[in-house]
Ligand binder design. Sequence first.
Ligand SMILES: Nc1ncnc2c1ncn2[C@@H]1O[C@H](COP(=O)(O)OP(=O)(O)O)[C@@H](O)[C@H]1O
Ligand SMILES: [Mg+2]
Length: 293
Amino acid sequence: MTLIIIEDLVKIYSAGNTRVQALRGFNLQIEESEFVSIMGPSGSGKTTLLNIIGGIESPTAGTIKIQGVDITHFIEKERDRFRLESVGYVFQSLNLISSLSVRENIELPMVAANMDSKTCHSRTEELLELFGIEKRGNHLPDQLSGGEKQRVAIAMALANDPWLILADEPTGELDTENAEVIVSYLRKCVDELEKIVVMVTHDATMARYADRICFISDGRVKSIYKSNEYKEEDMNSYVFHLKKRIMEIDSSMRKLETQFLDKAIDNSRYLEEYRRITTIKNVLDDELHRMGH
Ligand SMILES: Nc1ncnc2c1ncn2[C@@H]1O[C@H](COP(=O)(O)OP(=O)(O)O)[C@@H](O)[C@H]1O
Ligand SMILES: [Mg+2]
């Protein structure tokens, strides 16, 4: 059964005179008990998409229907309730509270949802055990390894038993071994607890744990693969495209320098173009670096 239907989603951010179109007609349907990975360049709208699915932000246009209900028309109270009861968020940069113990951190979302303290305590013990951190309950977050912290973050996301888990680059700061542990837990949430997981990742190996991989580019779906159909070449073709763009940029830089030396353009024009090209090149270099090249 299709539980989430996202149609023609548009999100425009305006700050002063500048407008950024983060989503430009995004469409996706997600089935029950499905794990979907979202991949795409930085700035392509991945975080914006998760925030809209999770009811943290509203779209400028388009609809998102969850179990047949259009959440884009929710009033604030309905939205808060949806967030608290239905959605579990796992962030890359953890917002664990450093002065509270692991146990107290995991209890927080349950306290926020007014759960009675007995259920809250037993549920916390259950979660600590499920994630293999039962010995860490009384530790402070700073006493944990990166992988353990991320397990606490998933435990928190699951605290109120949401059916939808949204994870924004949950393994971004972990080594491969710890990353695989975290993604296996997310996989378990789908296989054993029948939840829906939507995970943003830059890592093709982690993305493969999902049932489907959705590539997003410039705020739109570029392609969708079942993960067993997905081939490394597709990833490589993206890397290839990046490298090609960098070569083009290098060549326009050389052209610019020749123009300047030939006095075909003046100093300020040269500087302006130089900055523009350098900015683009830095973004492409960063992206290539993130893809492991
Ligand atoms: N709150 C905001 N205000 C203005 N622009 C934003 C805001 N959030 C995101 N953006 C812009 O929207 C685009 C998409 O951002 P984001 O969804 O964070 O991309 P991703 O997660 O794929 O890197 C980017 O150009 C980003 O700078
Ligand atoms: Mg992001």
